[in-house]
Design a binder for this molecule. Structure first.
Ligand SMILES: [Zn+2]
Ligand SMILES: [Zn+2]
Length: 137
C-alpha cells in the first residue's frame, strides 16, 4: 500500500501512515460519540510505528467503554480528533478516517459497540456486528 496522508481541519497537524491497516471499523461506543460529537467514529487501525505526525497533538486519557484507558489525540487549535490508542491494543493507533485526505482508503468491515448505536442508524449488509468488542482468542 502506498503512504496515506491526512491532517486536521486547520492544517497545523499533518500525518503520514506508511503501514498497512490492521483493520478498519465503525465504533458506536459512548466514548466515541462524546469524543467526536457525532453518532459514531470510523477508524482505521494501523501499527503505531507506521504513523508519523508533524505538528503538535494534545492528548486526553479517559476510560473507554471497555473500562480500559483510551488516549485520544486531537489538534489543540481546531479540535479535530486525529487518533487514539487503546490500552487493550498496545502498539496500535486508531486513525480517525474523516481526517484522511482520501477517506476512501478505509473500508470498514465491522461495527462494534452496537449496543449503544443510535436507533436511526442502519448497519450495511455484509459487515460484522458486535454488541461490544470482538475479543481476540
Ligand atoms: Zn487543527
Ligand atoms: Zn468507540
Amino acid at each position: 500500500m502506498s503512504d496515506l496522508q491526512g491532517g486536521c481541519l486547520c492544517g497545523k497537524v499533518r500525518y503520514t501512515v506508511s503501514a498497512d491497516p490492521v483493520f478498519s471499523g465503525v465504533c458506536h461506543c459512548k466514548n466515541c460519540q462524546k469524543g467526536t460529537g457525532s453518532a459514531f467514529s470510523v477508524v482505521m487501525a494501523v501499527p503505531s510505528s507506521g504513523v508519523a505526525v508533524t505538528g503538535t497533538l494534545t492528548s486526553y486519557v479517559g476510560k473507554g467503554d471497555s473500562g480500559k484507558d483510551i488516549t485520544k489525540r486531537f489538534c489543540p487549535n481546531c479540535g479535530s480528533p486525529i487518533s487514539s490508542e487503546a490500552a487493550l491494543m498496545p502498539g496500535v493507533t486508531m486513525i480517525e478516517v474523516g481526517t484522511l485526505d482520501d477517506p476512501s482508503a478505509a473500508k470498514p468491515t465491522m461495527h462494534i459497540y452496537c449496543r449503544s448505536k443510535m436507533d436511526w442508524m442502519p448497519i450495511p449488509e455484509g459487515v460484522g456486528t458486535f454488541p461490544t468488542m470482538p475479543m481476540p482468542g
